[in-house]
Design a protein around this ligand. Structure first.
Ligand code: CP
Ligand code: NVA
Length: 300
């Protein structure tokens, strides 16, 4: 059976991504008006989490409940996956029982291998390399506050990590200018940078990057799995905090986003994230609506 997976944003065309953003905005309005809409009645989402999560788990579980379906939380502690059952075998078995599988794991190869052996759509809920679900929410949030992102200047400050890679994919699909500022040695993947071409600039200076930004985005300096590098990274990322001074270099109406969880006093100052204009709480809520749009797109 041929089915569509969502392993990176590139599994969508630019037009499909825009359609999903608009659908997420509609679904959000319906949810706020308490409209009952159950296109996934009796459908089941399997959710495999090899790493911790607050937003991703709650948004997928709640989304499936709103849609009339259900979800199963699967952790390696309680499944045979955690005891070494091969990924391909697990994919064959689980996908004969559920209608869609969401995976948060370490290596991106794990999810690619899982998808190859799955009869049902597989959704990437974060790997070491990409976090496409978060980008659906971020792009929805930008659209709600500022309209079309095409041609806008988006500035990524910090680690060239999974979130940064997904921003690079989004820049190519939605045609915005992306400036990445990171310390030497923490740049995004060279192949992705090369493919992005002139849309992307990588700098080692946060202040130059922030100039005239329409959106400033950051993320933790040490991602899940990099906890033992925390101290080394705090030193390396000195000068890469998004604070009031850095935001003053951006456009006067610049938005600030962070996928959360955030570390105040490290990658972002409390003054920026807790400012009344901060859109990070909309961004977090939009995980729910954007993923409902994705589930409907893949399954309904
Ligand atoms: N932003 C995000 O993915 O949050 P969780 O790790 O809480 O799911
Ligand atoms: N880059 C972070 C994102 C968390 C949502 C991580 O991978 O831990």
């Amino acid at each position: 059976m041929i089915c569509r997976h969502f392993l990176t944003l590139n599994d969508l065309s630019g037009a499909e991504l825009k359609q999903l953003i608009q659908r997420a905005i509609e679904l959000k309005k319906m949810q706020h008006e308490r409209v009952i809409f159950e296109p996934l009645k009796n459908r089941v989402l399997g959710m495999i989490f090899d790493k911790s999560s607050t937003r991703t788990r709650i948004s997928f579980e709640t989304g499936m409940a709103h849609f009339g379906g259900s979800s199963i939380f699967l952790s390696p502690r309680d499944t045979q996956l955690g005891r070494g059952e091969p990924i391909a075998d697990s994919a064959r078995v689980i996908s004969r029982m559920v209608d869609c599988i969401m995976i948060r794991t370490h290596s991106h190869d794990n999810i690619t291998q899982f998808a190859k052996n799955s009869q049902v759509p597989v959704i990437n809920a974060l790997t070491d390399d990409f976090h496409p679900c978060q980008l659906l929410a971020d792009m929805q949030t930008f659209w709600e506050h500022r309209g079309d992102i095409q041609g806008k200047r988006i500035v990524w400050i910090g680690d060239g990590n999974n979130m940064c890679h997904s921003y690079i994919n989004a820049a190519c699909l939605l045609d915005f200018e992306l400036v990445v500022a990171c310390p030497e040695g923490y740049e995004p993947d060279a192949l992705l940078v090369e493919k992005a071409g002139s849309r992307l600039t990588v700098l080692n200076d946060a202040k130059i990057a922030a100039k005239d930004a329409d959106l400033v985005v950051t993320d933790v300096w040490a991602s899940m799995g990099q906890e033992e590098e925390q101290k080394k990274r705090e030193l390396a990322f000195n000068g890469y905090q998004v604070n009031e001074e850095l935001m003053s270099l951006a456009a006067s109406d610049a938005l600030f986003m962070h996928c959360l969880p955030a570390h105040r006093g490290e990658e972002v100052s409390a003054g920026v994230i807790d400012h009344p204009d901060s859109v990070v709480w909309d961004e977090a809520e939009n995980r729910l609506h954007a993923q409902k749009a994705l589930l409907e797109f893949l399954l309904a």
